[in-house]
Design a protein around this ligand. Sequence first.
Ligand code: SF4
Ligand code: SF4
Length: 206
Amino acid sequence: MTTLLQIQPTRPPRVRISAASARLRFNGCEPDYIRDVCKGACCRSATIPMDKLIAVQPWEQGPVEAYGGKVSAEGTMVPVHGRCGFQAHGTNLCWLHTTDAKPGGCTLAPWCLNKNGTVIVHNRYKFLKCFKDGQQLPAYVAFKGGLVLLLGEEQYGDLLAHMEAGGGDYMGEPTLRGWGHLVAEYEGRAGKPLQLPQLAYQPPLG
Ligand code: SF4
Ligand code: SF4
């Protein structure tokens, strides 16, 4: 079987976003909620093995280090006392959130690829306090940032309208950056290249 990168080295394929997964309910990442309720658990070792805390792509390493972060030889953020070193004590907010140095993998973290290359909510997020809690927003709203990174603002607007109208799985054209993060996360987790058998009937556009 041929991998994605062997078929299309510069352009990702269309990607399927699971409607069922995108409709899972979460509170959303509001500052008060992060400070008082969830404590930013997704950036802590209780929910993510520390050696897989967050992947830092090679082009992100310089900016992360410029803010004082350490990146392991394997390309992951080096944690400090069981949590990401950029998570502020007290507020539990991310120091990098409003900077250009925040790794794309952080923004995309609620989303991942399954073995078929479909975008779903990462299973570990179902074990967080925010799952089925508080406002109970659909994931496509609660975790909008990751989908915007993956699809861009315009396509995200299209996905939003599609989901609000009760649509099924959404097919989109991912950005190279967003797709690259998802593939890297999948391959790091699975320990093998992503295989995309559906490429046989879902060729890239253009
Ligand atoms: S994903 Fe959940 S646990 Fe993580 S910061 Fe957002 S609300 Fe908190
Ligand atoms: S950089 Fe920010 S979002 Fe990413 S793991 Fe660290 S605290 Fe969490």
